[in-house]
Design a binder for this molecule. Structure first.
Ligand SMILES: Cc1cc2nc3c(=O)[nH]c(=O)nc-3n(C[C@H](O)[C@H](O)[C@H](O)COP(=O)(O)O)c2cc1C
Length: 604
């Protein structure tokens, strides 16, 4: 972390904030605002950290937003992301050498591979200079942040969680948030689909306690590796070796059989009693909504060790854009070659930041036969963590660049008919709040690879159309039409909902000569002109099997919050908002510097 701070300073990518700031909301709010600035703002180092409630002043600083820009990401990886993807592509396509020159170059490549395997060192590491054992263990001595007002407590947000299988053969590194319950207990939010959860099942079946080590800091690449969606059984530290061209160097933890990188800043060691389950959450998550209280395993801390001069690394999640936009960008690029092994005619894919990763993916492919795009949809929905994707749009090779949204939306809408839709069901990210049941729900695929003959509607102005809509749907408040130049303009209507939205859609069928795609959102908290946040809201809120309606050429999308009016029986969470009094106080002290227009745009 000290080296990272030096590097960020040298590259003019670090802002040091010396004002006294609280681990409760203040620091997280400032980091949240920073990443909304142009190009992700700066990395932030908070050097005067306090816990106002207990009167604690922490000696260590907190470092945040380290991955929060494309440039910083590549600085921390130490190379371009494309060069990593190219190297993986090369490895995947290695052929037997022909001739001496070929043999030599392959020998070089294979030789460099020996460095990918983590190396176990003897003795203690730099991360074990200071030791807290038994009665000296106290998680409250660490500057662990509370991000949002409704959070269930403080959470470690950039913990590298090291676990191993029951037989010790497989090792895993994953990033899961960890809730602080008291001075020596943490909530382990490894979701049911994740590798450490699979290990947990093995220990539970065997009736044994499970060892866990949570590391914080060290080379930031460990933290990214923890988020990498490698298949079950593959140690994510191999990725570290591949990228760095040198192995991760590990030391044994003091009170568990697990090994951790020797240069991390903190290690929290412990054991999970597989008979104990506690309520975890709520937590304002990267969907921009709170994840609600759920039962999760608990770790009893058996040791905390640290470096002499440690730095606490943290992130903040909430509404996009966030630091994980940049981490996810790196993941997307690096994993493209691997995904191509399952879907060989895939050209590229992209997860727009306001689609919250799994809520929207756009992919370009080379279609070879009828139904090819649908075959890809099934492949995506069956491939590792890609299975969490809720909405996928497939385009052919002639489509514009996947990050040219205006051109892309035109391309899609000019080809779209309700026949392009494919609605299925599958597994969902545990964070999804919209499906009628947790963990499973609707999937929406759009096949934009074919050229359909599409007729344009007869357009009306927003004001006139709103008047006509209000005659049929009196609860409509605002209306705006996007992409009017295309064959399928998108009409967004905000409502004060009084009935199931399908009834509103049916009432509008009389206007089908003027409306093609109609999206309903709640009047509260939505701005019908803000396409960025509307995409965030709607892809979060819909379950395709329930919320998509078709009548002839007209398509309806119910992006409203679901209630008893919709037969929704789960609890619907709030989206995360900054605490106004905290923002006001920071403004008064001259520390808050985000302009009001950006604050409004991203609905902080
Ligand atoms: C900031 C951030 C926080 C995350 N929090 C969690 C979490 O609390 N629980 C979880 O299961 N996954 C979480 N993830 C996603 C996992 O890190 C990711 O799915 C990873 O690939 C899991 O590793 P595994 O496949 O080895 O289990 C988070 C990712 C990021 C970037």
């Amino acid at each position: 972390m000290q080296r990272t701070i030096k590097l960020l300073k040298k590259e003019n990518e670090l802002r040091v904030i010396e004002d006294e700031l609280d681990i409760y909301l203040e620091i997280a709010h400032l980091a949240y605002a920073e990443v909304k600035k142009k190009d992700g703002g700066m990395a932030l180092l908070f050097t005067n950290v306090v816990d106002k409630k207990s009167g604690t002043k922490f000696e260590e600083p907190i470092l945040m937003n380290v991955f929060g820009s494309y440039r910083r990401c590549e600085l921390l990886f130490g190379r371009t992301i494309e060069s990593i993807a190219d190297e993986i592509t090369k490895l995947l396509h290695m052929k037997p050498p022909v001739g001496f020159k070929d043999k030599l170059s392959m020998a070089g490549e294979l030789f460099s591979l020996k460095n990918i395997f983590p190396k176990k060192l003897k003795g203690e590491g730099a991360c074990q200079k200071i030791k807290y054992l038994e009665d000296n263990i106290d998680l409250h001595k660490l500057p662990i942040l509370t991000t949002w007002e409704q959070d269930g407590g403080p959470f470690i947000t950039m913990g590298q969680v090291y676990t191993q299988s029951l037989d010790g053969e497989l090792v895993n590194l994953g990033m899961y948030r960890l809730q602080v319950y008291d001075k020596n207990h943490l909530g382990m939010h490894w979701q049911i689909h994740k590798d450490s959860s699979h290990f947990f099942d093995q220990y539970q079946k065997a009736g044994k306690k499970m060892p866990v080590c949570v590391a914080i800091g060290g080379d930031p690449l460990y933290t990214w590796c923890a988020t990498a969606p490698l298949p079950y059984g593959v140690n994510e530290l191999l990725m570290y070796g591949l990228i760095k061209k040198e192995p991760a160097k590990l030391v044994k933890s003091l009170t568990t059989p697990l090994y951790i990188p020797q240069d991390v800043d903190y290690v929290i060691e412990g054991w999970v009693d597989t008979n104990e389950i506690r309520v975890e959450g709520p937590f304002g998550d990267h969907t921009g909504y709170y994840t609600l209280k759920e039962p999760y395993p608990v770790m009893q801390v058996s040791a905390i060790t640290t470096k002499k001069e440690k730095v606490f690394l943290a992130t903040v999640v909430g509404k996009p854009p966030l630091e994980d936009k940049y981490m996810g960008w790196a993941t997307g690029r690096i994993f493209l070659p691997l995904l191509k092994t399952t879907a060989p005619d895939l050209i590229d894919y992209h997860m727009p930041e306001n689609g919250g990763f799994h809520n929207l993916i756009i992919a370009k492919m080379q279609p070879h036969y009828k139904g090819h795009a649908k075959q890809f949809m099934h492949a995506f929905w069956g491939a590792g963590q890609m299975s969490f994707v809720k909405h996928a749009i497939f385009l052919d090779e002639n489509a514009p660049r996947l990050d040219n949204y205006e051109a892309l939306a035109t391309y899609i809408l000019d080809r779209f008919t309700p026949k392009s839709l494919f609605i299925s069901e599958g597994i969902l990210d545990a964070l999804d709040h919209s499906s009628p049941e947790i963990l499973v729900g609707g999937k929406l695929g759009i096949d934009s690879t074919g050229a359909h003959k599409v007729e344009a509607p007869q357009l009306l102005g927003d004001e006139e159309l709103l008047q006509r809509v209000q005659e049929l749907v009196p609860e409509a408040v605002h209306l705006h039409q996007f992409m009017r130049r295309t064959k399928n303009p998108i009409t967004v209507i905000s409502l004060n909902k009084t009935r199931n939205v399908k009834e509103c859609f049916k009432a509008l069928i009389d206007l089908s000569t003027h409306i093609r795609v109609v999206v309903f959102v709640d009047e509260a908290k939505n701005d019908v002109y803000n396409s960025y946040m509307l995409i965030w809201r709607v892809t979060n809120n819909i379950d395709a099997a329930r919320d998509i309606f078709i009548s002839g050429l007209m398509l309806g999308v119910d992006g409203t919050n679901k209630t008893a009016l919709d037969g929704f029986v789960r609890e619907w969470p709030d989206d995360v908002d900054c605490t106004q009094s905290v923002v006001d106080a920071l403004k008064q002290r001259g520390i808050w510097d985000l302009d009001d227009a950006t604050y409004e745009k991203y609905q902080l």
